[in-house]
Design a protein around this ligand. Structure first.
Ligand code: FDA
Length: 307
């Protein structure tokens, strides 16, 4: 119930003003967000690389309402890729984008998002790395997968995200479990209606298991996006059973969440990638992290009381 309420709140501009304007929020946000500026993100990358952890960087932003903001998102990613260039990290530093930050929800937004994300994919390819298209609410899936197909013609390393919670995702996983296809499987972080999604946690977990099996027994490059020890154990079991090579899949976890597990997996020789968000527009991302875990809300409320 609380989680659902927070997810609804994550898309309310009025509440955004209250939460963002509360000075102590910042301390809690810092746990999940690497900072507001590019140098903050680059410092987080350095620290993770020292632990042998790869990164995918997300310049925060979503649900923008003007073309100018969409263009600004493109420019922020181009600056990010330029900022990463001197370190020559190649695939150890990828980028993740939300197409709603590229104008996907504006009139004519599908074409606009494709037009604006294409130069980012070109810059990523030039830097020897790739882009992953994050998945937002279920109304965006067809458009996002169509953008994926377009980008993959010239940039075959472009990846996408599937949300196990959506009924359609098992079929999408079958379609995408093909050679060269990079798919991050997550449980799904959006409030979705029962008509299109599993809403019960046990059902979502069962769907995650099914999708994981499809991807790990398929021919693509699965990116196992979860902090759940049971899902990580299942992935490792499937890897053993299918004799998958170490360079044909990876684990992905969010910045600041289960960092000990990130380090443990990396030290054990698995490819681990942390999803590192940075930027000023952290509200929606932060609220989804609160929604995932009631303990985060208690931590947040305690900080507000302490001041
Ligand atoms: P689950 O929610 O069952 O959590 C398992 C355990 O992980 C918890 O018991 C707790 O220990 C820890 N944990 C999980 N969330 C936590 C939190 N917020 N704070 C502290 N501990 C937490 N979603 C989406 O819809 N579109 C997307 O593009 C992405 N992208 C993405 C990238 C990556 C790399 C990851 C890891 C996740 C996403 N997600 C996402 C989010 C995803 O859908 C999901 O909401 C979260 O990963 C939480 O689900 P878990 O699989 O971790 O399991």
């Amino acid at each position: 119930m609380l989680g659902q309420a927070l997810l609804v709140a994550s898309r309310r501009p009025g509440l955004r003003k209250v939460v963002v304007g509360t000075p102590v929020t910042r301390r809690v946000v810092d746990r999940f967000v690497a900072g507001e500026a590019l140098p903050d993100a680059l410092a987080a990358v350095d620290a993770l690389r020292r632990d042998g952890i790869a990164v995918t960087l997300d310049h925060l932003g979503e649900d923008i309402t003007t073309r100018a903001e969409a263009v600004a998102s493109r420019d922020a990613y181009l600056a990010l890729l330029e900022g990463l260039a001197p370190q020559q990290l190649g695939r150890a530093a990828e980028v993740s984008v939300k197409l709603s930050a590229f104008g996907q929800a504006l009139p004519g937004g599908h074409d606009l998002a494709l037009e604006l994300v294409r130069p980012v994919a070109e810059a990523a390819t030039a830097a020897g790395t790739t882009v992953t298209l994050d998945m937002e609410d279920h109304t965006t899936v067809d458009s996002t997968l169509a953008v994926l197909a377009e980008l993959r013609r010239d940039h075959p390393g472009t990846g996408a995200v599937l949300q196990a919670a959506l009924h359609r995702s098992e079929a999408d996983a079958r379609d995408l479990a093909v050679a060269g296809s990079r798919v991050r499987l997550v449980k799904g972080a959006y409030a979705e209606p029962r008509t299109v999604a599993f809403t019960d946690k046990a059902e979502v977990d069962a769907a995650y298991r099914r999708c994981l099996e499809v991807l790990l027994t398929g021919d693509g490059y699965p990116m196992v996006g979860t902090h759940d020890p049971a899902m990580i154990a299942l992935a490792l079991d499937l890897v053993r059973r299918t004799a998958r090579s170490a360079d044909s899949y990876e684990f992905q976890l969010l910045y600041g969440i289960r960092t000990g597990e990130q380090q443990r997996l990396a030290a054990a020789g698995y490819t681990v990638r942390a999803y590192v968000p940075y930027g000023a527009d952290w509200y929606g991302y932060f609220m989804r992290r609160l929604a995932e875990r009631p303990a985060n809300v208690q931590f947040f409320l305690r900080s507000l009381v302490k001041g």
